[in-house]
Ligand binder design. Structure first.
Ligand SMILES: Cc1cc2nc3c(=O)[nH]c(=O)nc-3n(C[C@H](O)[C@H](O)[C@H](O)COP(=O)(O)OP(=O)(O)OC[C@H]3O[C@@H](n4cnc5c(N)ncnc54)[C@H](O)[C@@H]3O)c2cc1C
Ligand SMILES: Cc1cc2nc3c(=O)[nH]c(=O)nc-3n(C[C@H](O)[C@H](O)[C@H](O)COP(=O)(O)O)c2cc1C
Length: 473
């Protein structure tokens, strides 16, 4: 006769297993909903982001709000947090050519020392398929975390230009973990989150600043608001809708050089060219095609990563070419608030271009700031300067009433090496470093020289403290 006991035993075991699984599931839901803190004081769950232009930050902010988890930048994740936190949700974009955004630059080097064996993670990687290295940083981050011993909750979700379907897939994956989730943002809403409503502006003035330069033409472009002037601050970015050949528009971003107090929006734009010599869509339209009086739709993107330091500290501004736009905005803002205890402080500008004769954008204003002492020091580096012919000594030092100007042959990173002692003095006084302009040539060179002068640890500490900020492209 068939005994019923083995069936009963098997049934009981299956039931017990199901109850156990259900229990685990509810426990996980409880963990997510109540956000307990471990004995170490580290939250069980953390949402972290790396974002260059605000989209990943906006999505991470929403997720953190809905889950009650703290929202940190990748740079803020210490090895201790990584070792103690249980689940990490990461929303990161890719910038440059497959690079990490600045507020995520520190995590990968840190992972080598972190114990992440007890950590589960998921990555939402924002990117754009037009770039060669699609979502490269998010994918690299997931690979390094896994190779270091952390466990992926599910495969990395790659998002092309905030594609709503991919965002929905991410949400569904999180829901399967028991997370209470946001509704899917409509297409492009992440992008809009950081933008002021678009408004119409008129091209008021356009001035060529570097006639006969060995480089491509650079224009000072002034736009006048057709309606109410929106608000912005130094570091913010203008996103312009440029008319293209097909009757549509394409977005292009430019760092704003002026402040609303000047009642106009100024841009410093270099004409870019295709290999066949045609001008670029955005720079060509703005610098050559548009006529005075023409209208253009423009929104302003807040760029907190490049906003002024919160305290009254000395500022070292470093840049090249059109990067002077962002540096001018900061100098202008600090002059405007010279009497404030918050935004004032001494200023040192290190700026690089090609020719000392032809590439002197906003020379009068910079020399005025030297004369009044608003600029304590101005270093100009010219890569195409004929040292023997043009300058009797290198560097050439010119004294102004209140400040000093040095003219060097070479690049801004070499100027930093030359003034290494002074750089360290300023940093010891709490100075912040702000870098604006070319990502690859200039900003990468400055990064290397800072590591050489200060050591890798201090360079990373400056990034972590928000004292080394960049707007580079
Ligand atoms: C945050 C941010 C701030 C920026 N601020 C400024 C600014 O203040 N001033 C400014 O002039 N630009 C700035 N740019 C660059 C600007 O957004 C455009 O990328 C640039 O004007 C070229 O666009 P385009 O439409 O003219 O060229 P496209 O039509 O897109 O390209 C035309 C040709 O130019 C080449 N090209 C495009 N960009 C570059 C480049 N940087 N170097 C070399 N070749 C290039 C392309 O490969 C192509 O062959 C900024 C970019 C970012 C992301
Ligand atoms: C200058 C620049 C470089 C970029 N480089 C890449 C890239 O290499 N790979 C990629 O997939 N996306 C790239 N992108 C697209 C961004 O990752 C994408 O727009 C993302 O949604 C931006 O998110 P964020 O605002 O959080 O930085 C780049 C965007 C810009 C403006």
């Amino acid at each position: 006769m068939l005994s019923i006991q083995p069936w009963l035993l098997a049934g009981t075991l299956v039931l017990a297993y199901l109850l156990f699984t259900l229990g685990c599931y509810h426990k996980r839901v409880r963990i997510w909903r109540h956000q307990p803190v471990l004995n170490s004081g580290v939250p069980v769950n953390i949402v972290a982001y790396a974002s260059e232009s605000g989209q990943a930050r906006a999505l991470a902010g929403q997720l953190a709000e809905q889950t009650g988890a703290p929202c940190l930048t990748l740079n803020e994740l210490s090895p201790a947090m990584l070792a103690n936190c249980r689940q990490l949700l990461l929303i990161v974009s890719t910038t440059g050519e497959g690079d990490a955004p600045d507020n995520g630059r520190l995590l990968l080097p840190r992972l080598a020392q972190a114990d992440v064996a007890g950590l589960s993670f998921a990555v939402l990687a924002l990117g754009d398929r037009h770039y060669r290295h699609f979502c490269a940083f998010g994918l690299r981050l997931a690979a390094v975390l896994q190779a270091s011993g952390a466990t992926p909750l599910f495969p990395t979700v790659c998002v092309d230009q905030l594609d709503p379907q991919a965002l929905q897939q991410w949400q569904q994956q999180l829901q399967q973990l028991g997370l209470k989730m946001a509704t899917v943002p409509p297409a492009g809403s992440g992008q809009q989150a950081a933008l002021t409503p678009e408004s119409l502006w008129r091209l008021q003035q356009r001035q060529l600043l570097n006639a006969a330069s060995p480089g491509a033409p650079v224009y000072d472009i002034t736009l006048q608001a057709q309606n109410t002037l929106p608000d912005w601050q130094a570091g913010d970015i203008a996103q312009l809708r440029i008319p293209d050949a097909t009757g549509g528009t394409v977005p292009r971003e430019y760092t704003i050089a002026s402040l609303p107090q000047e009642q106009q929006l100024r841009l410093l734009i270099r004409v870019q060219h295709y290999p066949d010599g045609r001008p670029g869509i955005g720079s060509g339209w703005l610098c050559q095609q548009a006529q005075t009086g023409d209208s253009i739709a423009l929104g302003i993107r807040s760029n907190p990563e490049f906003h002024a330091p919160a305290a009254r500290v000395p500022l070292i501004l470093i840049g090249n070419g059109t990067g002077l736009a962002g540096l001018r905005a900061h100098l202008q803002q600090r002059e405007l608030h010279a009497a404030d205890s918050i935004t004032a402080g001494k200023n040192w500008l290190i700026f690089g271009e090609r020719s000392p004769e032809h590439d002197r954008p906003w020379r009068q204003q910079l020399e005025h700031w030297l004369n009044t002492g608003h600029l304590q020091q101005l270093d100009l580096a010219f890569s195409r300067m004929d040292q023997t012919a043009a300058e009797p000594q290198a560097p050439d030092q010119l004294s102004y009433q209140a400040g000093r100007q040095f003219i060097h042959q070479g690049y801004v990173q070499q100027v930093l090496s030359h003034h290494a002692g002074k750089l360290q003095q300023w940093l010891a006084q709490g100075a912040c470093l702000y870098v604006c302009g070319s990502r690859n040539g200039m900003a990468a060179g400055v990064d290397d020289v800072l590591s050489e002068i200060l050591g890798e640890q201090q360079r990373q500490a400056l990034i972590g403290q928000g004292r080394y900020r960049r707007d580079v492209y």
